[in-house]
Design a protein around this ligand. Structure first.
Ligand code: SF4
Length: 337
């Protein structure tokens, strides 16, 4: 259980959908070389210290190296994506074609990954197997265009379209990192919801708990989701309703929240506590939100203040908001925004 110290008091994290109390592990698939496994063509690795040492404390990794697991061995000849007769193939410099072998492996492996109930996937950028975008594709005239997707990544993303997927490079940026980790824990909570049975009521509860976090990503998107749940008769089954909701939810969550939207959300939430505060404390809260807006303080400062007051005054509606507890506080992702 994580704890946050504020104003001399010790504050426990979110009571609802508490990711650290739940029994299901948070599983994330990952390109093996990012964990430091020596699976690269030259027998090396691409260990990502942040992922291994920080994120690794909260998740269970499911490592996959498509090239080694498909039988290409280590060390091996390098491969590159190459446009050939209108198709994109994975070839060595000598023209040996590994596309079908890796794609066949990817089909089988993604099926087992689906059963592993992943909450996210981190791919190695620029790899002809694992890269999710901007992988160089050699053109017939010899030049390379950076517009390809790796053979394994393509199969993974086509088969599991709701899975949050990101490349390690984008996770070096605080906004990209926060966005991905938020989506991972949203997906994790969704899996828990699905386990307990999807009903219109449970979808409404999920939406309510995510309302302010969604608003930070897009106010219009949040309204669209609300309208979708308000008209369940448009869908033949609850499963169809849930699919439509999840499609739209993921679209909204992929948008990076702006400082303006965060400020808006903070002000909304402050509205629920301000009439219980004395004038001096109320001014202090307003000042901290304004300072965040002016980029003079990180987001964590007003968020921790709000968490404290919400808990202190027992405001159940806000206690359940994932905006105040999107992921384990120790990841300290809000300190960098
Ligand atoms: S990028 Fe993918 S295929 Fe290449 S070494 Fe890493 S895990 Fe293996």
């Amino acid at each position: 259980m994580s704890e946050t110290v504020f104003g001399g008091a010790t504050e426990r994290d979110a009571p609802l959908m508490d990711i650290q109390r739940a029994e299901l592990p948070v599983r994330i698939g990952i390109s093996s070389c990012l964990l430091g496994e020596r699976v690269r063509y030259d027998g090396g690795h691409k260990r990502d210290d942040y992922l291994v040492d920080v994120v690794g404390r909260y998740v269970e990794w499911i490592p996959v190296c498509p090239e080694v697991e498909a039988g290409m061995g280590t060390p091996r000849e390098t491969v590159q994506l190459t446009r050939l007769d209108g198709d994109i193939r994975m070839l060595t410099k000598n023209g040996v074609d590994h596309t079908d072998k890796v794609d066949w492996f990817a089909r089988q492996r993604v099926q087992t990954l689906e059963q592993a109930r992943l909450s996210g996937y981190i791919l190695k950028s620029r790899s002809p197997s694992c890269g999710m975008g901007k992988v160089p594709v050699v053109q017939p005239e010899g030049a390379a265009l950076r517009n390809g997707r790796g053979v394994f990544a393509r199969r993974l993303m086509d088969t599991l379209p709701h899975l949050p997927v990101e490349e390690e490079q984008r996770l070096h940026n605080p906004r990209g990192r926060e966005n991905f980790i938020s989506r991972v824990f949203a997906c994790y909570r969704w899996l828990q919801l699905a386990d307990s049975g999807l009903t219109r009521q449970s979808l409404m509860s999920y939406h309510r708990a995510y309302k302010y976090l969604l608003m930070a990503h897009s106010q219009e998107g949040t309204r669209r989701l609300g309208r979708l749940l308000a008209k369940p008769e448009r869908y033949a089954t609850t499963g169809e309703l849930a699919d439509a909701y999840l499609d739209e939810f993921n679209r909204v969550m992929k948008r990076t929240p702006s400082r303006r939207n965060h400020t808006n959300v903070l002000q909304h939430m402050a509205g629920y506590v301000s009439d219980r505060l004395d004038a001096r404390t109320r001014r202090e809260l307003t000042r901290m939100i304004q300072k965040y807006h002016e980029e003079l303080l990180p987001l964590i400062v007003p968020v921790v203040m709000l968490r404290h007051y919400v808990r202190e005054f027992g405001i159940t509606y806000l206690q359940d908001q994932t905006y105040l507890h999107p992921f384990p506080g120790e990841l300290m992702l809000l300190n960098q925004l």
